[in-house]
Design a protein around this ligand. Structure first.
Ligand code: GDP
Ligand code: ZN
Length: 345
């Protein structure tokens, strides 16, 4: 007999004491329709009219915990989104730019790069910053170990770029190294994957699941009938109890408000900051510059310093853009209010 899975098979449930309704977790999203898992099993749901359209709250996304009113005929209304312990959001285009939640409440961000032309330290650093910023813990997974002549060289480079982060080389084809991912693959833990198309994400998920959950590139390429796989936004539960969020939005994640994430991703670089003779040191030719000294002494990799500077500048630009957009929409809101009230007399 197949037992019905309930909310309690989908990770630790946040406290909802004092709130109306019952807790549920969102397992899939199709535009404004949601699939959820409730305390007594799966259900479908829609947002309660009015509950989301007034405030600042982001619409719920896959992985979110929400409260819902009682389920009738397998349908419920989503009342509110509960606080998130981690989140990926992206900037949605439109007349007024707004953040859109992409995935929520995950424990680990698996950052995938394959050990060939796809391997790129700068991209790895971007993903690390993004992962730290999300609130979850990054894990670097170097894929296609069977193709690499010298996996150890890739490992060493990635470890240098990701201090304090687990770095693991695996092959989905031979299974080699996948056992090193076991500590993260605990029942009730939720994973997301970051990595460019073709790195072997689907193959790795299938290898971890022990079944063909996802269509891999080799099949996609040979599918001559031009059938395209449906766009999914879903949370998959492996029979081991591990949860995986797979949404297309993950591919387009920007670097909005990335500056916070930089601190963790570049803790080694930042340890040299604030030690220069001049507090406004630009770390160029100023005397007594601790950064230049560290580079000269071989304690700081100049390439790493360069990518830190670049990311820092981009993050600043983005924070500034964001600030201006907020000011702008505030201005629009105020103007609209004025107009409704009529001209001042
Ligand atoms: P995705 O686009 O990230 O989901 O990547 P896929 O899982 O679809 O894999 C892309 C291609 O790489 C496919 O042709 C896979 O067969 C191949 N591939 C994936 N993992 C491995 C691996 O560990 N070793 C080798 N040799 N090929 C792999
Ligand atoms: Zn300096």
């Amino acid at each position: 007999m197949i037992e019905k899975l309930t909310l309690y098979d989908y990770g630790p449930v946040p406290d909802t004491k004092g709130l109306p309704g019952v807790p549920a977790r969102i397992t899939a999203q199709h535009k404004e329709r949601y699939e959820l898992v409730c305390p007594d099993g799966p259900a479908r749901g829609r947002l309660k009219t009015g509950a989301y359209y007034a405030g600042e709250a982001l619409f719920p996304t896959v992985g979110d915990y929400v409260t819902v009113d009682h389920v009738e005929n397998g349908e419920c209304r989503i009342l509110r989104t509960l606080p998130r312990r981690s989140l990926f959001a992206r900037r949605a285009s439109g007349p007024v730019p707004k953040d859109q939640a992409v995935a929520a409440n995950f424990d680990y961000v698996f950052i995938l790069q394959s050990m060939n032309q796809n391997f790129n330290l700068r991209r790895l650093e971007r993903y690390l910053a993004l992962a730290w910023q999300s609130g979850a813990a990054p894990v670097v997974v170097l894929t296609k170990a069977d193709l690499a002549a010298e996996p150890a060289a890739f490992l060493a480079e990635a470890e240098r770029a990701a201090p304090g982060v687990g770095v693991h080389a695996v092959s989905a084809l031979t299974g080699e190294g996948t056992e090193r991912l076991a500590p993260y693959l605990q029942p009730g833990k939720t994973l997301v994957f970051l990595g460019s198309s073709g790195v072997g994400k689907s193959s790795l998920v299938n290898a971890l699941a022990g079944e063909e959950l996802m269509v891999t590139g080799s099949v996609r390429e040979t599918d001559s009938r031009g059938r395209h796989t449906t766009t999914r936004r879903q949370l998959v539960r492996l029979s081991s109890g591990v949860l995986i969020i797979d949404t297309p939005g993950m591919r387009e994640l920007g670097m909005a408000e990335a500056s916070e994430g930089l601190e963790n991703a570049f803790a080694d670089v930042e340890s040299f900051l604030g030690k220069c003779r001049f507090s406004d040191c630009r770390h160029e030719r100023e005397p007594g510059c601790a950064v230049r000294a560290a580079i000269a002494a071989g304690q700081l990799d100049p390439a790493r310093w360069e990518s830190y500077r670049k990311l820092r500048a981009e993050a600043r630009d983005r924070d500034e853009q964001l600030r201006r957009k907020r000011e702008w929409s505030k201005g629009v809101a105020k103007a609209n209010k004025q107009r409704r009230k009529g001209p001042p007399d």
